[in-house]
Design a protein around this ligand. Structure first.
Ligand code: GAL
Length: 448
């Protein structure tokens, strides 16, 4: 996948040929059991709604607090679009914005934990599909939404692998709104052209060569990089190149050794790439690193495809993009999903929000503005930007691998440990110590 902002896109998305890479959360239940669970869960949820409507004297809430980290640029544009759909779908309900700014939820997740601890949850909160959800589920902080999947016909329109990744001990606790791709390099074509770079690098060696050309042409920070989690994204992309998709996925299931020679090679490549990055990277969130690209101070940024929407929202629609060199036909995916918090004040209003989140119309307007593609496979590509149309096409055919930085591959404590290892690397500059920290984290957090 490679392109420029103005290029036409690909064919209709019918969903990925995707097998779940998650093996540490048992999936199960016969169909009969599932139906029984569904019926009971619907009853339970409707029961809550009825109480919610008032056995006591408390007025029925008509505000749904939606907690995200989508506070600016393309992310806010996506949220705003979803909210306008919610307004149309759910008359009488008002959206309350509980967003806490900070890329990848660095601040929001901490605030959410504080609120959960003092039993003051929002009605619904954003959570990544996959391993990251498991913490909330284990803590009993989210409700079982399995019944909605059956009542709203979601199983038939979502990729089976995604539903599998969302299923924990036979139940599903969130509704996915999108699929984001993590392993994409965004470019400033004018900066590249000035350095005589016209071709898309096919592998890591060629990419390093182009970074050197930019440096020689006077571009101080050829590769724009931000704080810890953005470095983790870069490291993961390099690991995919050096290990291939299957062994990369195995890093999070226990099948691939973090102490092995392939990871040593990947860490060395990662260090080489960082030598072309801005030196203040640990102090920048991703939009600030992206600003280096927009302002022509960098030529490249590895970032998830929320960048597509954000670059457009910030007046830079002529960006270029390509899959991270050496990743081949690998689609590193993550999905944002919404939950119903256990102590949600407004259950019936939140049900309506979730229904909008899972609907084709909701996913169409949200994703068109957010840079991601619909999680549903029945939304037509018309109306999406050229980048998104190419992502839809890739999603149908590429090999999917999950992301640790965005919770589809690993749970929060593991993400935190990897982010800390990368921050420590910035100070120590010791590649062997970095690999040792990565291996230690796997030993601590892998669920066998
Ligand atoms: C991810 C999230 C995306 C986007 C990104 C940057 O974790 O899934 O939707 O918000 O962080 O903030």
């Amino acid at each position: 996948m490679a392109g420029r902002g103005g290029e036409p896109g690909g064919p209709k998305n019918r969903g990925a040929p995707w097998k779940s890479t998650r093996r540490f959360l048992p999936v199960g239940n016969s169909l009969g059991d599932m139906r029984m669970v569904a019926v009971l869960a619907v009853a339970a949820l409707l029961g809550v709604s009825a109480c919610d409507a008032g056995d006591d004297d408390r007025p029925t809430p008509s505000t749904v607090e939606v907690f995200t980290w989508w506070a600016e640029g393309g992310e806010k544009a996506g949220l705003d679009a979803l909210v306008s759909r919610f307004g149309a779908d759910c008359p009488g309900q008002r959206f309350e914005n509980g967003a806490v700014a900070g890329g990848a939820g660095v601040n929001a997740k901490q605030e959410l934990t504080r609120r959960m601890t003092r039993k003051d949850p929002p009605d619904t909160f954003q959570a990544h599909a996959g391993a990251e959800l498991s913490d909330y589920i284990d803590a009993g902080q989210v409700r079982d939404l399995t019944a909605y999947y059956d009542a709203w016909g979601l199983r038939g329109v979502l990729p089976a692998g995604l539903v599998d990744d969302l299923t924990v001990r036979g139940k599903i606790y969130s509704i996915p709104v999108n699929i984001h791709r993590a392993n994409v390099v965004w470019t400033n074509p004018a900066v590249l052209a000035r350095a005589g770079i016209t071709a898309t690098p096919k592998d890591l060696g060629a990419f390093l060569g182009d970074l050197a050309k930019l440096k020689a042409a006077g571009v101080e920070a050829p590769l724009a990089v931000g704080r810890d989690w953005t470095q983790l994204m870069l490291l993961e992309a390099v690991l995919i190149s050096d290990l291939g998709p299957a062994r990369f996925a195995g890093l999070f299931t226990g099948d691939t050794d973090w102490s092995g020679a392939a990871v040593t090679r990947a860490v060395a490549d990662f260090v080489r790439l960082l030598s072309y990055a801005n030196s203040d990277r640990d102090t920048l969130d991703w939009p600030q690193a992206e600003r280096l690209l927009i302002d022509g101070k960098s030529g490249y940024q590895l970032m998830g495809d929320w960048a597509a929407a954000d670059l457009t929202a910030k007046g830079f629609p002529d960006y270029g993009w390509f899959t991270f060199p050496g990743n081949g036909a690998t689609f590193q995916w993550l999905a944002d999903s919404f939950t119903l918090a256990t102590d949600a004040p407004n259950v019936s209003g939140t049900e309506c929000w979730l229904r909008t989140v899972g609907s084709a119309a909701g996913q169409q307007v949200f994703n068109a503005a957010k840079g991601s593609i619909p999680a549903r496979t029945d939304v037509a590509p018309a109306g999406f930007a050229p980048y998104q149309q190419s992502a839809m096409s890739d999603w149908r055919s590429a090999t999917p691998v999950p992301s640790c930085a965005h919770g589809s591959a690993c749970a929060q404590p593991w993400q935190d440990a990897l982010n800390a290892a990368l921050t420590a690397y910035s100070t120590r500059r010791d590649a062997r110590a970095l690999q040792a920290d990565l291996a230690l984290a796997a030993d601590r957090f892998i669920r066998r």
